[in-house]
Design a protein around this ligand. Structure first.
Ligand code: NDP
Length: 287
C-alpha cells in the first residue's frame, strides 16, 4: 500500500491564507505587522531565502523592511542596527538571515535580538521557554512539522502516546522538534551520529522525523510498516536534484504517510515564520 502524501505546499498555503485574513482584520484596526529582514553579504542561497520571505510578507499583507548590508559589515555595525530595530515600536519581528560572514559571531547576533522580536525562535530565552512549556517563539521548521502532522491526512494522525524518533539534534531542528513532540505527548527518542543500531532505533517509531542533511540515508530498513515519515532534509542528490534524507520511493511503499522533498517541510518554514510575525504583532499590541 502506497503512503499518503502530506502536502506541505497545500498546508502552507492554507496557513498563509488564514494569516492573510487575520492580517486584513488587524489593518482595519490600523495595525500593520512589520518584519525587518537583514542580509549580510551576497550568498546566492540566502538571497533567494530573503526574497521568498519578502514575497510571503507581501502576500499576507505584512510590511517588510529590508536591510541588505555589504559582506564587510562589522559585527558592531550589525549589532547597532539590531539595537535600533529592537527599540522601534513599529517593528514586530527581526530576522537576520544565516549564515553570517565568518567575522561575525552568530551567537552574539542571535542573543542581541530582543526575545519579543525573535521570530526565528533562536534566542536562548525562547528556547528556554519552549523547554519549560512557557509561551515564546518556536523555531519555524519544527513548528511547521507539527502543523503537517496536525493538518495532514485530514487531521487523522494522532501524536499523543506515539513513539517518535527524531534523527538529528541540531539547535534549530532536532532539539526543538523533540521538545515540541514531547509537548504533544509523544514518547520521544533523539538519535544522532553517535547512536548505535540506528536502524533498530528508527524502526521503533510510529512517527519518524529525519533531520540529518544526508541524501537518502533513511531507507526502508529504518522504517516500521505503517509509520508516518517526515523528511526535513534538503540535499542535492548525485543528479543535482533536490532530495531529502529519506529514500522516498522505497519508504513510501511501507509508510502510512510521508512528506515529499521538495513540497513537504520546506514550504512550512516560511509559513511558520509569518505566523510568528503575526503573533509578535499581537504581543506588541498588548504590551
Ligand atoms: P545539522 O548539520 O546542524 O545537524 C545534523 C544532525 O544530524 C546532527 O545532530 C548530527 O549528529 C546528525 N547526523 C549526522 N550524521 C548522522 C548519521 N549518520 N546518523 C545519525 N545522525 C546523524 O543540520 P540541521 O539540523 O541544520 O539540518 C538538517 C537537515 O535539514 C539539512 O538537510 C538541512 O538542509 C535541512 N533543513 C531544512 C529546513 C527546511 O526548511 N525544510 C530548515 C532547516 C534545515 P551529531 O549532533 O552527533 O553531529
Amino acid at each position: 500500500m502506497a503512503a499518503q502524501i502530506i502536502d506541505g505546499k497545500l498546508i502552507s498555503s492554507q496557513i498563509k491564507d488564514e494569516l492573510r485574513e487575520k492580517t486584513a482584520l488587524l489593518k482595519e484596526k490600523g495595525i500593520e505587522v512589520t518584519l525587518a529582514v537583514i542580509l549580510v553579504g551576497e550568498d546566492p542561497a540566502s538571497q533567494v531565502y530573503v526574497r521568498n520571505k519578502k514575497k510571503a510578507c507581501e502576500y499576507i499583507g505584512f510590511r517588510s523592511l529590508s536591510y541588505e548590508l555589504p559582506a564587510e559589515t562589522t559585527q558592531e555595525e550589525l549589532l547597532k542596527l539590531i539595537d535600533v530595530l529592537n527599540g522601534r515600536k513599529d517593528v514586530d519581528g527581526i530576522l537576520v538571515q544565516m549564515p553570517l560572514p565568518k567575522h561575525i559571531d552568530e551567537k552574539t547576533v542571535i542573543n542581541a535580538i530582543s526575545p519579543s522580536k525573535d521570530v526565528d525562535g533562536f534566542h536562548p530565552m525562547n528556547v528556554g521557554a519552549l523547554c519549560i512549556g512557557e509561551k515564546g517563539f518556536v523555531s519555524c521548521t519544527p513548528a511547521g512539522v507539527i502543523q503537517l502532522l496536525k493538518r495532514g491526512c485530514d487531521g487523522k494522525i494522532n501524536i499523543a502516546g506515539k513513539e517518535c524518533v527524531i534523527v538529528g539534534r541540531s539547535n534549530i531542528v532536532g532539539k526543538p522538534m523533540s521538545l515540541l513532540m514531547l509537548r504533544e505527548n509523544a514518547t520521544v527518542t533523539i538519535a544522532h551520529s553517535r547512536t548505535k543500531n540506528l536502524e533498530e532505533v528508527c524502526k521503533r517509531a510510529d512517527i519518524l522525523i529525519a533531520a540529518v542533511g544526508k541524501a537518502g540515508m533513511i531507507t526502508k530498513d529504518h522504517v516500521k510498516e505503517g509509520a508516518v515519515v517526515i523528511d526535513v532534509g534538503i540535499n542535492r542528490g548525485e543528479d543535482g536534484k533536490l532530495c531529502g534524507d529519506v529514500k522516498f520511493d522505497e519508504v513510501s511503499e511501507i509508510a502510512s504517510a510521508i512528506t515529499p522533498v521538495p513540497g513537504g517541510v520546506g514550504p512550512m518554514t516560511i509559513a511558520m515564520l509569518m505566523n510568528n510575525c503575526y503573533e509578535a504583532a499581537l504581543m506588541h499590541m498588548e504590551s
